[in-house]
Each structure stands twice: as structure tokens, then as C-alpha cells.
Design a protein around this ligand. Structure first.
Ligand code: CAA
Length: 259
């Protein structure tokens, strides 16, 4: 399938890379881009060879938010009846393979929210995160007021949502929004290295780990621990568990079959 607003490629036949590509608009997220992103994510999720997906942007912008020129004239009826945001932003939540956001430059508004919908964020040292919707007379609409406090706590989330200020990469790492910060020139290699590592692990175990960590944000501790325990038990039914443990005991590298 060919795309106009994203670029799609694979690395080592096991990592899928999606690059947002509207450079003149700093990757502002419009319907077409979000539809293409959703389709590309689903295609990689269905591709047996792919073990991990990276979503990235340009050096200047991961994404500067939802497309303001597309939104400016919308009425309440337009956005409510048209199910704006939900209609094509939620696909990423249904992706079962890990999705890494490799963020350089601006990740603002919907761009910050998109990064937070990925499983973890690796940031370049020039990354800037923010929820500046308040300056436009609205509030975050793609989960920013919900995922940001879960990531950085109430104080910083309120600060970001109420003042619209940006957080640099160092502050974002300190606050727990991003997992690693690397020099700009190393961002793609760092993300690819993480994705290749993940791709070589047992696919079933990787998907179970993602599902279980996500459950931590949807349930109380007892339910979450029980969910984890059942998945942990279930993994003893896989060939990969036998291989992983045998490889450790015999001091060799495990070769997983993903079954
Ligand atoms: N939507 C549409 N176009 C955008 C855009 C956006 N979110 N962000 C940037 N652009 C466009 C600019 O209009 C400009 O276009 P022209 O060259 O045609 O004028 C081009 O991208 C370059 O932008 P700037 O000239 O402004 O670049 P800069 O380096 O001076 O500033 C910036 C960069 C600080 C990111 C600034 O562009 C900015 O503040 N952008 C808007 C950020 C924002 O408010 N995002 C939230 C959007 S609302 C949202 O996302 C809702 C939600 O929760 C889903």
C-alpha cells in the first residue's frame, strides 16, 4: 500500500518503522495522516515477521499536534457527530505488538498524546513535550489529561495542561514521561536497537508483558497482580519458555520460535 503522509519501511525483516511525513506542517496530525498511520500499524501488527514497531517524525518535529487549520472551523455538531479523535486515533491502542515512539523536536498537543499512546518513548535531547491546547481555547482531546498525570503525576500534568508550557527532554526523563534520552544523532539507532532486542524475544512473552503492564493502568493492584499471574502461568505452555530456560541453564543464547 502506498501512503502520502507517512513513510513505511522495515529493518532486518523484523522491525517496522513508520515516519510521519508532513514536514512543512511540522507533522500536524490530520485525518488522512491518522488513517494512514492506523493502516500501517495494523499491517505491521498482522505481519508475522515483525516483532516491534517504531513511530517517529523529523528532527524538528515528532508532531506539533492535531492540524489546527483543519479543526479551526469545526462546530460542536461536527466534532461530536463525526466522533473527532476517536474515529481514527484509537487504532494504536488495539496494536498488540510493542510500539516505540522515537521523538525528536516538538511533540505537542496530539503529538505528545500520540507519543504517550505508544508503549514507551525514547527521546532525542532536542525533544520538547507539551499540551498547549489551553492556548487555543480548548483542552487536550486525545488522552492528554489522562495519560500525562499517569506518566508524570498530577503536579506536572496540571502545570503542563494549565500553562501550556513545554517540557524539555531532560525534564521529561526526570518526570518519567520518557524512558531514555540520547543525542539527536543517535535517536534512530537507539530506537532500532531496542526494537531489534524486543523482536528477538519470545513474541508471546513480549505481547503478554505489554498486555500486563497496560493492565496496571486499568485495574486495582489485586486484579492486576492476578492478571499478571495468569499470563505468567500461561507462558509455561509455550515452546519459548522451554527454550529460554534451557538456554540459560546450558549457558547458550536462546533462539525463540515465537510459539
Ligand atoms: N496544525 C497546523 N499547522 C501547524 C501546526 C498545527 N498543530 N503546528 C505547526 N503548524 C504549521 C504552522 O502553521 C506553519 O505553517 P506555515 O509555514 O504555513 O505558516 C508551519 O507548521 C511551521 O510552524 P511555525 O512557523 O509556527 O514554526 P516555529 O518553529 O516558529 O514554531 C511550534 C513551532 C512552537 C511547534 C508552533 O508551530 C506551534 O506552536 N504549533 C502549534 C502547537 C499546538 O498548539 N498544538 C496543539 C494542537 S491542538 C491538539 O493537538 C488537540 C488534541 O489534543 C488532539
Amino acid at each position: 500500500m502506498s501512503y502520502a503522509m507517512i513513510e513505511v519501511r522495515t529493518e532486518a525483516e523484523k522491525v517496522g518503522i513508520i515516519t510521519l511525513n508532513r514536514p512543512k506542517q511540522l507533522n500536524a496530525l490530520n485525518d488522512q495522516l491518522m488513517n494512514e498511520l492506523g493502516a500501517a500499524l495494523q499491517a505491521f501488527d498482522a505481519d508475522e515477521r515483525i516483532g516491534c514497531i517504531i513511530v517517529t517524525g523529523s528532527e524538528k518535529a515528532f508532531a506539533a499536534g492535531a492540524d489546527i487549520s483543519a479543526m479551526a472551523k469545526y462546530s460542536f455538531a461536527d466534532v461530536y457527530k463525526g466522533d473527532f479523535i476517536s474515529r481514527n486515533w484509537e487504532t494504536i491502542r488495539s496494536i498488540r505488538k510493542p510500539v516505540i515512539a522515537a521523538v525528536s523536536g516538538f511533540a505537542l498537543g496530539g503529538g505528545c498524546e500520540l507519543a504517550m499512546m505508544c508503549d514507551f518513548i525514547i527521546a532525542a535531547d532536542n525533544a520538547k513535550f507539551g499540551q498547549p491546547e489551553i492556548k487555543l481555547g480548548v483542552i487536550p482531546g486525545a488522552g492528554g489529561t489522562q495519560r500525562l498525570p499517569r506518566a508524570v503525576g498530577k503536579a506536572k500534568a496540571m502545570d503542563m495542561a494549565l500553562t501550556g508550557r513545554m517540557m524539555d527532554a531532560e525534564e521529561a526523563e526526570r518526570a518519567g514521561l520518557v524512558s531514555r534520552v540520547v543525542p539527536l544523532g543517535k535517536l534512530q539507532d537507539e530506537a532500532l536497537g531496542a526494537a531489534l532486542t524486543i523482536s528477538d524475544f519470545s513474541r508471546v512473552a513480549v505481547m503478554a508483558a505489554k498486555e500486563s503492564v497496560n493492565r496496571a493502568f486499568e485495574s486495582g493492584l489485586s486484579d492486576g497482580v492476578m492478571f499478571e499471574r495468569r499470563l505468567f502461568h500461561a507462558l509455561f505452555a509455550t515452546e519459548d519458555q522451554k527454550e529460554g530456560m534451557d538456554a540459560f541453564l546450558n549457558k547458550r543464547k536462546a533462539v525463540f520460535t515465537h510459539r
